[in-house]
Design a protein around this ligand. Structure first.
Ligand code: ADP
Length: 323
């Protein structure tokens, strides 16, 4: 395996000949472990005759039989293929981490830096409107209006993007979160649209989970806001429930609103993806992307099932960590 001939090997100490390099351990560890536990399993590098090092897995067992000399049984596996795969995987993970960090930074910096020039556009077009409204014709006034309106919309989009880029998976903020309480807060936050639209919200079996409380609040608030916003002509009913299944909670938020056509059930989670004009339903299309990002950071996933014209149910999972 290493290219040495019998003559070169016989009579030599393996450590000298093979110049064993240990990975995450040392010769001392190796000896101690072997003496203490009677076995050793680990990855090492051995010198080959062509002066390269071969990664191997060694599995050594010591045997002490009464009346016999101590013997050692060792098996050695060439693990260069596995090492290459591990290396490649590590490189890919590092690259992904780096590009993810870059992307976060990019989204944050660009949305942050876009705000200032936009403020100027809004300010000066409003000033233009104020000062010259009477000396301009109707067309010019309309044009100014478009600028102001669109600058406002762009401001909203930038703020949303900034909000999206700020969602982090900061494990420090995780704790036990009572979702009954979270939904209470959401219902109180949304009391105006709930009473205004005569919405009936029911719930069942909401557990306490290990999560980020603020983010859970955002998730429920976004999903319930949408369920109210995209209500149909019928009296609006929203039902929130949870069930435990194979190491995770599955939550469901069901409404009897306008529903979503099957072609769009995946797209609606993309940033700024909307299925209606802002005149039909207000919004920018960031809500579900934020919800998805939060759920993914919690190790779960989100999806929707819908019957267009009748109902939608948004499902999401959260893994159960300390049950
Ligand atoms: P926004 O509400 O600002 O449009 P979201 O990201 O929250 O942005 O939602 C994206 C799109 O998904 C919405 O524009 C709408 O078309 C669709 N949608 C979301 N929730 C519902 C729902 N409960 N019923 C029907 N359609 C929905």
């Amino acid at each position: 395996m290493l290219g040495w001939t019998e003559e070169e090997v016989i009579g030599r100490h393996s450590g000298d000949l093979l110049q064993t390099r240990f990975e995450n351990s040392s010769r001392e560890d190796f000896c101690n472990k072997l003496l203490k536990d009677g076995h050793y399993l680990g990855d090492l590098y051995y010198l080959c005759k062509d002066k390269t090092y071969l990664p191997v897995e060694v599995n050594v067992k010591k045997s002490d039989q009464k009346g016999k000399k101590t013997s050692i049984l060792a098996s050695i596996h060439d693990i260069s293929k596995r090492k290459q795969r591990d290396e490649k995987l590590k490189r890919t993970v590092d690259e992904l981490k780096r590009s993810n960090k870059e992307l976060k930074r990019f989204a944050y910096v660009s949305s942050h830096d876009l705000q200032e020039p936009l403020r100027m556009v809004t300010l000066y077009s409003q000033l233009l409107e104020k000062r010259y409204k009477n000396s301009l014709d109707n067309d010019a006034n309309d044009f100014i209006n478009y600028i102001v309106e669109n600058a406002k919309r762009m401001k909203q989009l930038i703020e949303d993007l900034l909000e999206y880029s700020k969602v982090t998976n900061d494990a420090k903020k995780f704790g036990n979160v009572d979702l009954e309480k979270v939904v209470d807060i959401v219902i109180s936050n949304l009391s105006i649209p709930i009473t205004g639209n005569n919405v009936n919200i029911t719930r069942k079996n909401l557990p306490t989970i290990f999560a980020d409380e603020n983010q859970m609040l955002q998730v429920f608030q976004n999903l319930i806001t949408n369920a109210i916003k995209f209500k149909g002509k019928k009296h609006s009913e929203i039902h929130i429930s949870a069930k435990k299944e194979e190491g995770k909670w599955i939550f469901a938020i069901k409404d009897n609103g306008i529903g979503i056509k099957p072609d769009y059930v995946d797209q609606i989670f993309e940033v700024f993806k909307r299925l209606h004009t802002k005149e039909e339903y207000p919004g920018t299309g960031i809500g579900l992307s934020i919800v998805q990002k939060i759920i993914n950071h919690h190790g779960g996933r989100i999806w929707v099932e819908s019957e267009p014209g009748h109902e939608s149910t948004f499902y999401f999972t959260i893994p159960i960590i300390n049950d």
